[in-house]
Design a protein around this ligand. Structure first.
Ligand code: FAD
Length: 303
């Protein structure tokens, strides 16, 4: 990959009026507050731009990374070679038609939940407090408190690796526990339609407030993290196993198994990528040797 290739991508972004950043620190774009610089970051502002950039990257062998709110990723301190396609605030329109919310992938879950509430629509309460974009949430099939994205999605538009635009209906999305066809097939989600139902606004608000209070009480929201570090193993809880292995509060550098919620690894200040990776390995090894259960990471590594 040469500078010329990157400049070609920057030129395309310029044609669409999209913002281009060079040597941008990824720690400013992840909730873990960890990660070196990326060579180039382009703030996506429309589907056509995203499609052209994916085609440009693939035909020139430029590595690219799709990043939403960066709330489920751990980025290497060495940074990222190539281009980060940031799908966030510049690609975040959302509108309601009857009981259907249609939004661009960069819309934040928080904003979409508030829009649902304003329009007395129920079904997304579970997602209030998950700090991601709608695209990232569908990709991960994010869920909480008994609900998940698969309960509300009707369809998605996405771009495949060859730059083709596809529409998936829910039955084709292979949505499972923190997985989807988009994750397995490397599709980039551009817009999402969700079907909610008419509800009582005070009841919707009350449920959202209750769930937010539970989060604040149980989760170490005062520290940077990427949420639950590990997936829930079948029939058990990662946090329970970690506590049973006496790993609560254990640290490597500034990375620590949260004392408030053992399922979270937090950044106590200046944790490095290596600190977190070493702590993850330590937790996995000890839990495995104590319980025979091998924990699997929910947080996705980007390097
Ligand atoms: C405090 C805290 C609490 C959390 N609570 C929960 C919870 O209750 N439940 C839960 O499920 N998760 C939770 N998370 C994790 C995270 O918020 C979700 O997984 C969220 O859906 C990720 O969205 P994002 O936009 O931040 O994705 P990112 O972290 O930016 O990306 C995650 C993955 O999705 C891909 N991706 C992002 N956008 C797109 C797109 N448009 N198209 C294709 N791929 C894309 C990225 O390439 C990456 O592989 C929590 C995280 C934090 C920090």
């Amino acid at each position: 990959m040469s500078l010329f290739d990157l400049e070609q991508a920057a030129k395309i972004a310029g044609l669409y009026g999209a913002e281009v950043l060079y040597d941008e620190p990824m720690k400013a774009h992840t909730t873990f507050r960890i990660g070196g610089t990326c060579e180039m970051m382009i703030k996506i502002n429309c589907e056509a731009l995203l499609r052209e950039l994916i085609v440009c990257c693939r035909s020139n062998g430029i590595p690219y990374y799709i990043v939403g709110r960066g709330s489920n990723i751990l980025v290497s301190d060495k940074g990222l070679k190539g281009i980060v396609l940031l799908i966030g605030a510049d690609f975040a329109a959302a509108h309601i038609s009857g009981e259907v919310i249609e939004c661009q992938a960069g819309a934040s879950l928080g904003a979409v939940c508030s829009l649902a509430l304003e329009n007395s629509l129920s079904g997304l309460e579970f997602a209030y407090g998950i700090p991601g974009t709608v695209g990232g949430a569908v990709y991960m099939n994010a869920g909480a408190y008994g609900g998940e994205m698969s309960d509300v999605i009707i369809s998605c538009r996405c771009i495949d690796k060859n730059g083709e635009i596809k529409t998936f209906t829910r039955d084709k999305m292979e949505l499972g526990y923190r997985t989807s066809v988009f994750l397995r097939g490397g599709y980039c989600i551009t817009s999402v339609s969700m079907k909610l139902e008419k509800g009582n606004p005070s009841a919707i608000k009350e449920r959202m407030d209750t769930l937010m209070s539970r989060r604040k009480a149980k989760q170490p929201l005062e520290y940077p993290s990427a949420g639950s570090t590990f997936k829930r193993p079948s029939g058990d809880y990662a946090a329970r196993l970690i506590e049973e292995s006496r790993l609560k509060g254990v640290s490597v550098g500034d990375a620590q198994v949260s004392e408030k919620h053992s399922g979270f690894i937090i950044n106590k200040g200046d944790a490095s990528f290596d600190d977190v990776c070493r702590l993850i390995e330590q937790v996995k090894e000890k839990v495995y040797s104590d319980s025979g259960i091998m924990l699997e990471c929910e947080v996705l590594i980007m390097e």
